[in-house]
Ligand binder design. Structure first.
Ligand SMILES: [Zn+2]
Length: 264
C-alpha cells in the first residue's frame, strides 16, 4: 500500500511537471522562477549537484521547542540548514531567542510567507505577505548569499512569479524552492498524523534519500519544525547517513548552481 501511495504522489508531481513552463532567465529578468518545481529538474534531480549531496531544509516555524531541538541536533552533527519560516511566528517576542540562535549558529533563514497562505486573492495580498516576512527577516539575512523563498504547500504559478518579479525588493528573491525527499509518504507530518514512530519515519527518509542517490541525484530534504518528534527524526536520519558507505556532502540551498545562476 505504501509503495502504491508513493507511486501515486510521483505520478501527480510528474504530471504537473509535464505542464510546467521552463524558465530561462535573461540578464535583467528576476528571479522568482516560473518553474513550478525549482531547483528540482523534470526528472526529480537537484539541478547541477552531485548525487552525494544532502541539503536539509526545515519549514513552518520558528517554534521554541521543535526548532530549538532541531538546532541542537544540527549542532551535534555540525550540519547547517535552511529554515523557511513564517513571519507570524518570527515576530512573536518569545521566539526571538530561537531565531537569534539559528542565525548565530550559521543557518540560513528564508521566507515562507507571513501566515502560510496557500491562496492569495490579489497582487497586494501576495506582496504584503512576502514583504512583511522580508522585513522581519532583514536582521537575520547575513548568513545567506541569496534571498530564498519557498511557497507554502508548494503552490505556485506564473502569476505569482510575475507579481514577485515586478516588485523592487521581491524581484531579488530566488524561489520557489521545492524538495525531492520528505514530500512523499515518508513526510514527517504524515508520520505524526498516522502515529508512525520516529524510527520508522527516519527509515522512510533514508529510503527516499538512498533512492535518489541510486537515481544519480542528491536530496533536498524537507522537514517541519512544528513537532518535536521531527528533531528526533532528523537525528536518526543524520545518524543513519553517517553510517552509510557513501561520502555524503552537506550543502545549502544557495550552493545549487541553478539557484546561484538566478541571483544577482
Ligand atoms: Zn510550509
Amino acid at each position: 500500500m505504501k509503495n502504491f501511495l508513493f507511486g501515486f504522489v510521483l505520478f501527480i508531481s510528474f504530471h504537473q511537471l509535464a505542464s510546467a513552463q521552463w524558465f530561462k532567465p535573461s540578464s535583467n529578468q528576476k528571479i522568482f522562477s516560473e518553474r513550478k518545481i525549482f531547483p528540482i529538474t523534470q526528472s526529480g534531480k537537484i539541478d547541477g549537484m552531485p548525487a552525494n549531496t544532502i541539503i536539509i531544509s526545515i519549514d513552518d516555524g520558528p517554534t521554541i521547542e521543535a526548532s530549538g531541538r532541531i538546532l541542537d541536533v544540527l549542532e551535534k552533527h555540525q550540519v547547517t540548514a535552511t529554515f523557511f519560516w513564517q513571519g507570524q511566528f518570527v515576530r512573536i517576542p518569545s521566539r526571538r531567542g530561537v531565531v537569534e540562535r539559528a542565525y548565530r549558529d550559521g543557518h540560513v533563514i528564508a521566507n515562507h510567507t507571513m501566515n502560510h497562505e496557500l491562496d492569495f486573492k490579489t497582487d497586494r495580498d501576495l506582496t504584503r505577505s512576502l514583504m512583511q516576512t522580508h522585513e522581519l527577516l532583514v536582521p537575520y539575512s547575513g548568513n545567506a548569499n541569496i534571498q530564498l523563498f519557498r511557497a507554502p504547500g508548494g503552490v505556485w504559478n506564473s502569476w505569482r512569479a510575475d507579481v514577485g518579479n515586478s516588485h523592487p525588493v521581491l524581484r531579488d528573491y530566488v524561489g520557489p524552492i521545492f524538495w525531492n525527499a520528505g514530500g512523499g509518504d515518508e513526510a514527517d507530518w504524515l508520520c505524526w498524523r498516522n502515529n508512525i514512530s520516529s524510527k520508522a519515519c527516519a527509515d522512510g527518509y533514508l529510503r527516499a534519500i538512498r533512492r535518489n542517490f541510486s537515481n544519480g541525484t542528491g536530496s533536498l530534504v524537507l522537514l517541519h519544525d512544528l513537532n518535536t518528534k521531527s528533531a528526533e527524526l532528523l537525528d536518526l536520519v543524520l545518524e543513519g547517513l553517517m553510517n552509510d558507505h557513501i561520502d555524503w556532502e552537506f550543502k545549502l540551498v544557495e550552493d545549487i548552481p541553478a539557484v546561484k545562476e538566478l541571483a544577482r
